[in-house]
Design a protein around this ligand. Structure first.
Ligand code: HEM
Length: 368
């Protein structure tokens, strides 16, 4: 059917189904007791968040679908980047919106809090879908009185969450994409051995600076040399595949060895045109993780202000539980940790001319 044939006019009110949308802010306090003025705000705030969650899921699902394609070309990568940026911008706004919730005073909240019981953000299916699609695994979550977070949901919802967990999260898709990057197999350039040498030079230079310093006492030199020894062994650990795999088995690392090395290379040579988009993409993932953590802290702070140390309507310890999720529920920690492996531009191994030339263009198009 042609576009003109399908075309009909529509009124704003109908297009947005406003009659429906504006008829679902129903205060339970009004239905069950005396209307509490601030309950409308409380309902609207949650509904607005759920709408933003829906938009985030729309973006995440499309990004995952693009990553699932056999060949993730640069056109797709640009789309992925734009959509991830949209997600960060939404979470930024979600953090700001907490201020609106905080215009309600704790005493006004108490006017209707009892009517909510046992409803809680704990039962937000979309929030759990976002976490799991990004890559938060069941085993990495806080437990709920020793039980799975899933007990807050119906059986079909639990099955849906399991499906998301088993079907490749964004973390796993990005990991696979990093492992497939062609950047590591550049003829005539063994990135890892060049990088190892640079790290060695950097550490030796720092050792010399400490030993020759006129301003450090012998005791201070001793302490600093010990710290330098620790960072030397840190680099050695990270650069060894066996050691890296041991840390993964112990749960200290998550990102595979090959993916970590690819992410390191992308970060170090991010000024090369071919690596711009991959670098921005990794940065955007760390942004999302950081913003989500900030939202968790802000939400926990707001909860402290509203209910102090009372338990939540969902039955958790309230503030303490929420503050703990901010630390524990980080997803892209391994990408943040790449910063500990960076060396300064002046120490960076020089790329052979032909390799530098190759990194100036996009691999998949073969453009010259
Ligand atoms: C007066 C305002 C609020 C209070 C006092 C409050 C309180 C709490 C508490 C105590 C929990 C822990 C679970 C429990 O035991 O219930 C929780 C979880 C949660 N809340 Fe809120 N909340 C408020 C507003 C909001 C808003 C506006 C949202 C937006 C959707 C929200 C989303 C969530 C989510 C997603 C969780 C689950 C967090 C997790 O388990 O990681 N909350 N809330």
């Amino acid at each position: 059917m042609k576009k003109e044939e399908k075309y009909t006019t529509i009124h704003y009110q109908n297009y947005l189904e406003l009659d429906k949308l504006l008829s679902i802010q129903n205060n339970r306090s009004a239905a069950l007791g005396e209307n509490a003025h601030d309950e409308t705000l409380f309902i609207i705030m949650h509904q607005v968040y759920e709408l933003w969650f829906k938009q985030i899921m729309t973006e995440l699902d499309s990004v995952c679908a693009l990553f699932r394609e056999e060949r993730v070309d640069e056109d797709n990568m640009n789309t992925v980047l734009l959509r991830l940026k949209r997600i960060s911008t939404i979470i930024d706004l979600m953090i700001e919106q907490i201020k609106v919730m905080e215009t309600m005073t704790p005493l006004d909240f108490l006017d209707f809090r009892d009517y909510l019981f046992p409803a809680s953000g704990f039962q937000s299916m979309q929030f759990r879908m976002i976490e799991s699609t990004l890559g938060l695994r069941e085993g990495d979550r806080m437990t709920y009185h020793g039980k799975s977070y899933k007990i807050a949901f119906t059986e079909p919802q639990q099955a849906r969450l399991e499906d998301i967990e088993n079907n490749g999260s964004l973390f796993e898709l990005v990991e696979r994409w990093l492992e497939r990057t062609p950047f590591l197999q550049l003829e005539g350039f063994d990135f890892l051995s060049e990088y190892r040498q640079s790290v060695h030079h950097m550490i030796e230079r720092e050792r010399k600076n400490i030993q020759e310093s006129e301003y450090l006492t012998d005791r201070m030199k001793e302490i600093r040399l010990k710290m330098l020894g620790d960072s030397n062994s840190y680099f050695k650990h990270v650069l060894s595949r066996e050691e890296h795999e041991r840390l993964i088995a112990e749960g200290q690392n998550r990102l595979s060895y090959d993916a970590t090395i690819a992410a390191l290379l992308i970060n170090l040579y991010r000024d090369k045109p071919i690596l711009n988009i991959p670098f921005n993409l990794l940065t955007e993932l760390t942004n999302i993780d950081e913003l989500l953590t900030t939202w968790r802290y802000r939400h926990a702070q707001m909860v402290m202000r509203m209910i102090g140390n009372k338990i939540g309507t969902g039955g958790s310890s309230g503030h303490d539980y929420l503050a703990a999720t901010a630390e524990k529920h980080k997803i892209f920690k391994d990408l943040h940790n790449i910063s500990s492996l960076l060396i300064s531009r002046s120490e960076l191994p020089q790329l052979p001319e032909d390799v530098a030339k190759k990194l100036g263009f996009y691999f998949s198009t073969g453009r010259a």
